[in-house]
Write a protein of this length. Sequence first.
Length: 582
Amino acid sequence: MEIDEDQLKKFILESKLISRDDLEEAVKIAKEKKQKFGDVLLSSGKISEADLRRMEAFVLGIPFVNLANQKIDIAILSLIPEPIARNHNIIAYKKSDTGLEVAMLDVDDIAVTDFIKKRSGLKILPRLTDSNSIKSALVLYRKSLQAEFDNIIQKETSSIKTVSKDEGEKSEEELKEMAEDLPVVKIVDSLVFHAILQNASDIHIEPGETELTVRYRIDGILHDAMILDKNAAPGITARIKVLSNLKLDEKRLPQDGRFKIEQNGEKISFRVSTLPTYYGEKTVIRILKENSHGLSLETIGFHGEGLERIHESLKQKIGMILATGPTGSGKTTTLYTMLDILNRPEVNISTIEDPIEYQMPRVNQTQVRSEIGMTFANGLRTLLRQDPDIIMVGEIRDTETAALAVNASLTGHLVLSTIHTNSAAGAIPRLIDMKVEPFLLISTVKTIIAQRLVRKLTAEKEKYFLIDAELKNLEKIVNLERVLALLKTEKAIGPKDTWAEVPFYKPVKGSDNNLGYSGRIGIHEVLKVTSSIKELIIRGSSQDQIEEQAKKEGMSTMLEDGILKAVEGYTSLEEVLRVVSE
């Protein structure tokens, strides 16, 4: 069933999902890159995947289905084995007298439909869907897998080998024996598998007085995953240490390590940190999908004036671009996305990172190793002798690194880095605290980005409008007149709409306990260091004065950008206020 692209273009234009100019630009890029124009629209953020798939389904003459938060009978779901469903993006969701309805991303995958037809003995009725639907349905497999996991826990924790000596006296050989014990291997494998299945970013394994608690961080929020017997703790910790090449018999000092696996063709890296606590070693595992790619500035939440400012700064040959925000706010992802744009054959890109979170082709990435003297500062000194055009410094965290980064940008390099401040304007006094002279700052810093991550609402969401009391409370923290003007400029509302006509959305809790949210998107403020901002820096103006001037020159604050995304239905107002106030 080949999609008629001319007909697809016609339907997309008639639906007014995008402008004619955007469509023509996408068609032009698609021809240059030999891609489908729909894929170009998706990667640039001009159209949502759900809208594109709906249009494709209309052209093909088959139904489009949205499985997000839909209850599917486990017996029907299980007609397609989980590995097949995951690898081929196909879900069995409805069985009737006419056959088995399956939701797919690629309805031309004849091989898999033939396989399922033979396996089930039913006629296969293909339906088009989107990635979010597939992901939400794959989570339903967890319910059947959870029973299997519970069996492992119940059977295996009781059979985990114990050693007669006190835990503190166990030798390295005994700990290694525990780590290789089959029940322990099964438990750790299951913990990791479930974390990946639920799109968790971190696994926390926390020993207590009577039990071992496992928690997953999903969309920035920690959730209890399971409670295990405390006797399982030493074996599980030892197994993780073996995987990440850590010292088994060292329990008094923190340790850091890494390991990798490949699951369904996807390379996944795990960054492990152990920390001694009162009841034993706590282990935290950060999950990093190494071949995460295809991100664009639009898809991670940039738009409008802020997006144009970043693209303008990326055209510069020298200077500094800084991303600011607390830990876990997506700064590194933003930097990697910008590096992906800059990554061309004619430039030499070098990075110094701690840790290297994603591997990029044609980029020379160096890992900080402070224990042997390979610090950010020392690494940056060496990078400057490697003839780089573009340098990424993972973090500016001390005076020496700040001075070297500024010097690198002065001597003909484009420098990208992160710094821990709460706002874009706050990066200026922070760098001055690090002994960077104001006259050097105005010569080097071009653009400062501040950001946070907010949870995205699922397709099942409830529209509502703010009442007067809610508007008065909102007015205490943001200029409503200014925000209304921003909403009109971004065409999120009509040119004559008032606050009474501005829609907001509430989460509707899903059956898989996702609280109505799935995934995250960035809210940003992008400060361009203009001539007037430079004057304020030289005069030693405060952070508030710099921010006020930036707002006069068109900068939207994170709160304003968050309200815009709430109005557009990406997130809820409560989520924006929760994140910005943290």
